[in-house]
Design a protein around this ligand. Structure first.
Ligand SMILES: Nc1nc2c(ncn2[C@@H]2O[C@H](COP(=O)(O)OP(=O)(O)OP(=O)(O)O)[C@@H](O)[C@H]2O)c(=O)[nH]1
Length: 980
């Protein structure tokens, strides 16, 4: 007290209360003070004393109430600051704790350990208390937060050899033993917690505080890179047990720790950081002491601390890992840019994996890792529709949808609008599939071209490889119209075929061979004489598939023309080499160089100009350079290394086929492998045949035909198709069997094709009609008896058929058979059954082929359905529907004209209906009714017997007595009856 003044802190001492308590009292008494150093008057002091009289002394205060005052106390800054110092100081003084573990670099840890039970509640208080107060156990508060018992526990030190298990308070906290060699008996003391702090920032404080060892810690922390976390973790696990101070546990863990002690010393931190769970363990085992609450608090505190530390550590660890992985900091600092292309880290760390993921997605093609590849695949899955698909066979709607990457429903919908009702399992033939694909802007390439190109090689089996012999090249002449293909072939034939033989060739067999002298040997070249330009795309393409070399004829006076380009494309697609014959060089206007120039634009570069394309200027008329052309063909053939195995059963392709009145089916076959002999059993396409006779291109009857030669063959059961392959079988039986199977397949395929393009059901007739495709309804009628048939047919004839005609494909009594279904499928008909049944297999066939079978037992119902189906095909029409009649009884002029005051005579009148204004029997207006009112209100309609006001925008010349006919236009389905 000075001059009658008293300072708060003096008063608090005097009253043995905390400054804050005094301050609180001051506040209550409205005594203005700022802090504990503020002065008050003696009178105020007296008042405070009086008030404080009934207040518990500081030493007796309980922690609980204090927290409430915290906020109040917070104002005075003083109490807050000293917290740390105070903590440490007091810890030292009062720590009755047992011997400090050697590891306790965290001297700070130790203080917490000794805390007696009475500390529990002190947490709140201690913080508020002035630092200098001795005798207070509070400091423990801090301890619990950082208390990292674990490390201590981990380190055997916690149970110092000197201290018996039972005496936790025996040793002073400062004793920090670096040794890990601790005795088995670990004291139950809470010390271990102090060990936890090792990793906490407080550790450092404590270290500085004076423990000798501690200093090493900070170093360790910084040197983390060298630390290896794993071993530490292993070591630490046992700790908790020891921490809890159960003797038995202690012993076990203790032993472990001893063994691994050295590791702990070296790498104490990591474990703490990495194992957040560790701190929670001790409490469980520590319960025995009955300090569960305190334990929990400490754990909480330590958990938080550990979390923070862990976060720090993780960051640090990451850095370490990065260092370990050899990545420089620089490289890590720029990952954002670089990582877009490649993940910077090989390590699988989630936080980094994510960005890598994103990156790899953005640069799918770069991905080198499997993960990236996976993503690439995903991207492919999500891929957009392809530009081109290759179809080798018919395929189902579903398969096609998948091919063109469209939903099944889209394909079905498209087909439906094309009048083809399908389901996803229905097979589409190639033309239909192509149509669909192209509608979805996907180009279609039938596999024909590809397989054609391969055919020549497919003709060879592995077994042939040992017996391969050179064969003549098969050459096709291609080119634009009138460029001289035929003339060239004729010229060659005339020049090379002995006149006697050539003269004998009066019948065209589609192929012929010429003999050429080449390198002193007699060689052959086989020419396929393909049909004229009208069959260019089809037959020429087919020609290339069996062709070894294509001769491109280009008129020197005309140059490259559209079909020239087309021929080049075909040959290239079939990977057939091209030898160009620049024809008509005898003409004055001929310019071979110009042709070469133009051909270069299409990828054919003449050899003489540095390319690899053979070009020979020829004249079919003068015969100039024909030999050279043949030479070049043989040269090219050598390059192609054309071989076949003549010592096997023949295989090849049909060049031409026709039905000869005298000789029956005749086919010109090109043998592509093996040797064809008289008597061979063959299958051509789906046709069986037994070679009865063979005639070569020079009209000679031959017994055998070797590879690359063409012969006319007699003995087939049917006429095959040009382009069909033929194959010889060892036994006739086998050949017949194969032919039968193929015939069945073909039949099936044909049915499906017709089905796909013509399927009709009663329910889909309308759709087809809308497309303008269906003008007739095909019906296949089966009934119980002939009488029913006649009755039904007579009734059907009654139906008006001026727009849609009924076509009865077949009407017969009997059950509906599988054959009926086939017929219906092939002709796009609906089967109508009347009082009849389905034969076995018919239902399955109809399901399979999508044929609609309607069964009736009442004739009028049958007619109704058919009529309905037909009506569905008729365009709907707009018809006028009367609403009512209105009379104008007054005219009210308005701003824009006039409104008619009306009375509804009959029916009704509605807003926006159409009206026709009649006056004296003639129409004065027809149009829309724009406004309809009743008693000034707009209404939707007015019924008969009521008055209303009618306004029309475009008409106001109303007169009393006008009659208004109200009507509306409606769409009506036209009925056949209505049109008869
Ligand atoms: N001056 C001359 N005219 C030729 C030559 N080659 C063909 N011609 C004539 O060109 C015309 C067409 O000859 P073709 O052999 O019919 O031509 P193409 O290419 O077979 O015709 P298409 O079979 O219709 O495609 C005929 O009038 C031939 O006489 C030639 O080398 N010189």
């Amino acid at each position: 007290m000075n001059n009658g003044k008293v300072r708060i802190y003096e008063l608090s001492r005097e009253l043995d209360l905390d400054n804050k308590d005094i301050l609180a009292i001051c506040e209550r008494l409205n005594i203005a003070v700022k802090s504990h150093s503020s002065t008050i008057t003696e009178s105020d002091a007296e008042r405070i004393r009086a008030t404080a009289a009934g207040q518990p002394k500081r030493s007796l205060q309980k922690p609980t109430p204090k927290p409430k005052q915290k906020p109040t106390l917070a104002k005075p800054k003083a109490p807050n600051r000293p917290v740390r110092k105070q903590q440490i100081l007091e810890i030292r003084r009062h720590q009755p704790s047992p011997p400090r573990p050697p590891e306790s670099r965290d001297s700070s840890a130790s203080p917490s350990a000794p805390r007696p039970a009475t500390d529990d509640g002190a947490s709140g208080d201690n913080l508020r208390q002035p630092p200098s107060r001795p005798g207070r156990p509070k400091p423990a508060i801090r301890a619990p937060q950082k208390p990292v018992p674990r490390s201590a526990e981990a380190s055997p030190a916690s149970s110092s050899p000197s201290s018996p298990s039972g005496s936790p308070t025996s040793s002073a906290p400062q004793i920090i033993q670096p040794k890990l060699v601790s005795p088995p008996s670990r004291s139950q003391t809470p010390k271990p917690r102090s060990a936890k702090r090792i990793s906490g920032p407080d550790d450092r404080i404590s270290t500085e505080a004076g423990t000798g060892e501690p200093k090493a810690k900070p170093t360790l922390l910084k040197e983390k890179p060298s630390l290896k976390p794993k071993p530490v973790i292993e070591v630490r696990r046992p700790k908790p047990a020891g921490t809890t101070a159960n003797d038995s546990d202690v012993d076990e863990s203790g032993s472990d720790e001893v063994n691994e002690g050295p590791v702990l010393v070296g790498a104490p931190r990591r474990p703490d950081v990495r194992r957040p769970s560790a701190p929670t363990r001790p409490p469980k085992r520590g319960k025995p002491r009955g300090e569960s609450e305190e334990e929990e608090m400490r754990q909480k505190a330590s958990k938080n601390a550990t979390k923070k530390r862990r976060a720090q550590r993780l960051d640090e660890d990451e850095d370490i890992d990065e260092l370990e992985s050899g990545l420089s900091k620089d490289s890590m600092s720029t990952p954002i840019n670089i990582s877009l292309m490649r993940p910077p880290k090989p390590k699988s760390r989630q936080t980094q994996a994510k960005p890598a993921t994103v990156k790899s997605r953005s640069m799918p093609s770069r991905g080198g890792s499997s993960r990236n590849n996976r993503r690439d695949r995903k991207v492919e899955v999500v891929e957009e529709k392809p530009e081109l698909i290759v179809l080798t066979n018919g395929l189902t709607v579903h398969e096609l949808a998948q091919e063109i990457k469209q939903p099944d429903t889209e394909v079905i919908k498209f087909l439906f609008f094309k009048g083809i009702a399908t389901n996803i399992n229905q097979t589409l033939d190639i033309p239909t599939a192509k149509m669909v694909a192209e509608a979805f802007e996907v180009e279609v390439e039938t596999a024909e071209a590809e397989s054609e190109a391969k055919k020549t090689t497919e003709m060879l089996d592995d077994a042939d490889l040992e017996n391969l012999k050179q064969r003549p090249p098969v050459v096709t002449i291609m080119g634009h119209v009138d460029h001289g293909k035929t003339s060239l072939l004729d010229a060659i034939r005339k020049a090379k075929v002995a006149s006697g033989e050539a003269g004998g060739i009066t019948q065209h067999i589609g192929a012929y061979h010429v003999d050429v002298e080449h390198d002193g040997n007699k060689r052959q070249v086989v020419f396929l004489d393909t049909p004229g330009h009208e069959a260019f795309t089809a037959m020429r393409a087919r020609g290339t598939r069996v062709t070894d070399i294509a001769v491109l004829v280009v008129a020197a006076d005309d140059g490259v023309r559209p079909q020239t380009i087309e021929a080049i494309s075909h040959a290239k697609a079939a990977q057939v080499p091209i030898v160009t014959a620049i024809n008509k060089i005898d003409k004055e206007t001929a310019s071979a160089d110009r042709v070469k120039q133009e051909l270069m634009e299409h990828g054919l570069v003449p050899e003489e100009w540095g390319g690899d394309s053979i070009m020979v200027p020829v004249s079919a008329i003068t015969g100039e350079n024909l030999d050279l052309l043949l030479e070049m063909l043989l040269l090219q053939a050598e390059v192609e290394d054309l071989n076949a195995n003549p010592d096997r059963l023949a295989k090849g392709t049909v060049i031409e086929a026709n039905l000869d009145k005298a000789r029956g089916p005749v086919a010109t076959l090109l043998i592509q492998n093996g040797t064809l002999r008289i008597g061979d059993s063959m299958v051509v396409g789906s046709v069986f045949g037994k070679v009865r006779a063979m005639i070569d291109d020079r009209l000679n009857r031959v017994e055998a035909a070797s590879p690359s030669f063409a012969v006319e063959v007699l003995g087939l059961n049917d006429v095959p198709q040009a382009g069909d392959e033929f194959e010889i079988f060892a036994s006739e039986k086998e050949a017949r069997s194969v032919a039968d199977d193929r015939a069945t397949d073909q039949r099936q395929s044909r049915i499906q094709q017709s089905l796909a393009s013509r399927r009709v059901t009663l329910n889909t007739l309308s759709a087809q009609a809308q497309e303008g495709e269906l003008k007739e309804l095909n019906i296949l009628l089966k009934a119980d008896v002939q009488g029913s048939i006649e009755a039904i047919l007579a009734s059907l004839q009654q139906l008006p058929q001026d727009e849609v005609q009924i076509r009865v494909l077949m009407a017969a009594p009997g059950e509906i058979s599988e054959t009926d279904v086939d017929l219906a499928a092939a002709s796009g008909a609906v089967i109508i059954g009347f009082n009849t049944t389905l034969a076995p297999g018919a239902q399955q066939a109809s399901d399979r082929l999508g044929v609609d079978i309607q069964d009736y037992d009442i004739i009028y119902k049958l007619l109704e359905d058919i009529e309905g189906a037909m009506e569905g095909l008729l365009e709907p029409e707009l018809v006028e529907e009367d609403l009512g009649e209105v009379e104008v009884r007054a005219v009210f002029p308005v701003r824009k004209g006039a409104v008619a005051g009306c009375y509804v005579l009959s029916g009704k009148v509605t807003r926006n209906c159409k009206i026709r204004v009649m006056r004296g029997g003639s129409q004065v207006y027809e149009g829309n009714l724009d406004s309809l009112k009743r008693m000034r209100d707009d209404v939707k309609e007015v019924a008969s017997g009521f008055e209303c006001g009618i306004g029309v925008d475009k008409f106001s010349n109303w007169q009393e007595g006008d009659r208004i006919n109200a009507f509306k236009m409606v769409t009506k389905r036209r009925t056949l009856a209505g049109r008869s």
